[in-house]
Design a protein around this ligand. Structure first.
Ligand SMILES: [Zn+2]
Length: 481
């Protein structure tokens, strides 16, 4: 029998905080902008410049730490992590090593095998680096310091995860907590959430950990899942061949679906951390901490419970709607306007989810306004359009945020309530389909459905099915002989 293996995974997750200004200066954190325009002497590392800590960074870090059940170091400090790299203008990064702001927390995840706690070793605050742009035409590298000094928190987990599924569940849980807190938008694609995966393999039942590798450059949940599977296979193959796994940092290439070594432990840097002499320690008094605790917004679990009570949604519906902060916000805004929570939930869960999947979009990127969805719900509810036409209109709302009232008017989608017109169409269809009429008379219910379908098609879906059915029965009755 072949040997059984177990994978052991720990994550380091970097999250860009949603502050307006950088962590140690007043420059904007806005994404984009011409290179090196969001900069000043502090975030370009000019000699003599001095950092001043952004209070909002501490508050976001505390909010995330509290939501992740962490202990808080009410006396914490910043340290310098020294290394040379062209995107790092000071030649050190201001981070936290000895006394990080949060430590010893956990989040609970849900997987197909049940609930599980993933422990959090620590959360620390630090600054982001600039960006290098490699210009292959000119054969040179350029540096843009706009991102330099953007505030980050790094969330370091314990090596508690045992599968790709657990890793994704953990990341989704973190992302939801942080989005609900408003501390970051956590977009993996845009780099405001980035995960490094530490992974090792051991024989099932072994108590010692195997040698681990670290994988960087993972910018989607799918890439993370593929990278984990690729690295698991690679390490097992090495072990089976009697070779050893080398402790190293590897870069995952998602296009090639393989990883390659970036640097081994032998070239690992000695960062020579020491306390930053330019920044005083951060003292978080009880009053401040209590204020943050009291100001924590409603998180997902509470929201789910409230939706079931306040809006009578099922647990399943509440679970799907609260699965994205933006979706939950939309739901509440639509409901506040039209007062039809069940309808609002249905349009979001069925039609919006279908279109999201079709277009490979995240719910966070839906851009239509709650007003327009509320108007659409009203149009269907008061019988101006039927549900089938409603779906067509919803697609336009979803894609281009059209005003449903104007769209229905312009495209002539209103239900035809003119009984005379409907009767004429039905009489024509009955006359053209003698076989179905015969079948109906012989008690075949299917024939009725067939004639209904014909009529709806002839009316381009704009008829009220109830009215069609009524008139159809009447017409068939009168031709019964
Ligand atoms: Zn600056």
């Amino acid at each position: 029998m072949s040997r059984q293996y177990e994978i052991v995974i720990g994550l380091e997750v970097h999250v860009e905080l949603a502050t307006k200004t950088k962590i140690f200066c007043a420059c904007t954190t806005e994404f984009g902008g011409a290179p090196n325009t969001h900069t000043c002497p502090v975030c370009t590392g000019m000699p003599g410049s001095l950092p001043v800590l952004n209070k909002q960074v501490v508050e976001y870090a505390l909010a995330v730490g509290l939501a992740a059940n962490c202990q808080i170091n009410q006396y914490c400090k910043f340290d310098r992590k020294n290394y040379f790299y062209p995107d790092n203008p000071q030649n050190y990064q201001i981070s936290q090593l000895y006394l990080p702001i949060c430590h010893d927390g956990y989040v609970e995840i849900n997987t197909t095998s049940g609930k599980k706690k993933v422990r959090i070793h620590e959360i620390h605050m630090e600054e982001d680096a600039g960006k290098l742009i490699h210009d292959e035409w000119e054969n040179c590298s350029l540096v843009d310091f706009n991102r330099s000094g953007v505030p980050l928190i790094e969330i370091v987990s314990e090596p508690d995860m045992r599968s790709g599924e657990e890793v994704i569940a953990y990341l989704e849980k973190l992302r939801l907590i942080i989005q609900y807190l408003g501390a970051s938008d956590c977009k993996l694609q845009e780099g405001s959430m980035r995960a490094d995966v530490n992974l090792s393999v051991r024989e099932a039942g072994a108590s010692e950990f195997g040698t681990r590798t670290e994988m960087k450059n993972l910018n989607s949940f799918k890439a993370i899942a593929r990278a984990i599977e690729g690295e698991r296979k690679r390490q097992i193959e090495l072990i089976e061949e009697g070779k050893s796994v080398v402790q190293e940092t590897r870069r995952w290439d998602d296009n090639k679906e393989s990883s390659y070594a970036m640097r081994s432990k032998e070239d690992a840097m000695d960062y020579r951390y020491f306390p930053d002499p330019d920044l005083p320690p951060v003292l978080i008094d009880q009053e401040w901490l209590d204020r943050i605790k009291a100001g924590q917004p409603e998180l997902r679990t509470e929201k789910m419970a409230r939706y079931q009570v306040e809006y009578s949604l099922s647990e399943y519906d509440a679970d799907i709607i609260t699965g994205s902060k933006h979706m939950a916000d939309l739901f509440e805004a639509v409901t506040a306007i039209c007062r039809k929570p069940k309808e609002a939930a249905n349009w979001l869960m069925v039609e919006a989810m279908r279109l999201l999947k079709e277009q490979e979009m995240e719910p966070e990127n839906m851009t239509f306004s709650p007003e327009n969805l509320a108007k659409l719900i009203e149009l269907v509810d008061n019988g101006t359009i039927n549900r089938t036409v409603g779906k067509e209109v919803f697609e336009q709302v979803f894609k281009e945020d059209v005003d449903p009232e104007r769209y229905v008017e312009e495209k002539g989608l209103k239900i035809v309530n003119d009984e005379g017109e409907l009767r004429t169409v039905i009489q024509e269809i009955v006359a053209a389909n003698p076989q179905s009429v015969e079948d109906y008379r012989n008690g075949k219910e299917k024939a009725m459905g067939f004639l209904m379908g014909k009529t709806m098609r002839a009316m381009s879906g704009k008829a009220d099915p109830g009215a069609v059915s009524g008139i159809l029965k009447e017409v068939l009755g009168s031709t019964r002989g």
